[in-house]
Design a protein around this ligand. Structure first.
Ligand code: ZN
Length: 119
């Protein structure tokens, strides 16, 4: 997906195949490049904007915690739309241009809705 750079090269990273089998992958700290941080931040801000535009709370139970809010496709065509536009930035832009096709549900209510649809 995105490249990850190692911070410091420690002797742990230089160990051979035997040590790798015994101890597993290196546990040294990894950091994300600044460009990835910036795009993650703009992604986050766009998501917050979309959630606020759609009401900022779960349509079913009213919870307002951003961490658990999902954007739900009212017509249940989410899988098809993800195939067409992908998952992230372009999807959120699409929500902003057609807000009436979407609603906010929390993780629990979203799961309940889709489980009920399968029965
Ligand atoms: Zn809910």
């Amino acid at each position: 997906m995105y490249s990850v750079q190692s911070v410091a090269v420690t002797p742990i990273q230089k160990r051979g195949r035997k040590e790798y089998k015994k101890y597993g992958p290196s546990k040294t700290k990894r950091i994300l490049p600044n460009s990835t941080k910036a795009s993650k931040r703009s992604q986050h801000l766009l998501r917050v904007r979309v959630l606020m535009q759609l009401g900022g709370q779960c349509e079913s139970c009213g919870i307002k915690d951003m961490r658990v809010l999902h954007i739900d496709h009212i017509k249940n065509n989410g899988a098809q739309e993800r195939r067409e536009v992908g998952r992230h930035h372009s999807m959120l832009k699409r929500v902003l241009s057609n807000p009436f096709d979407y609603q906010i549900l929390c993780a629990n209510c979203h799961e309940i809705k889709h489980t009920q649809n399968m029965e």
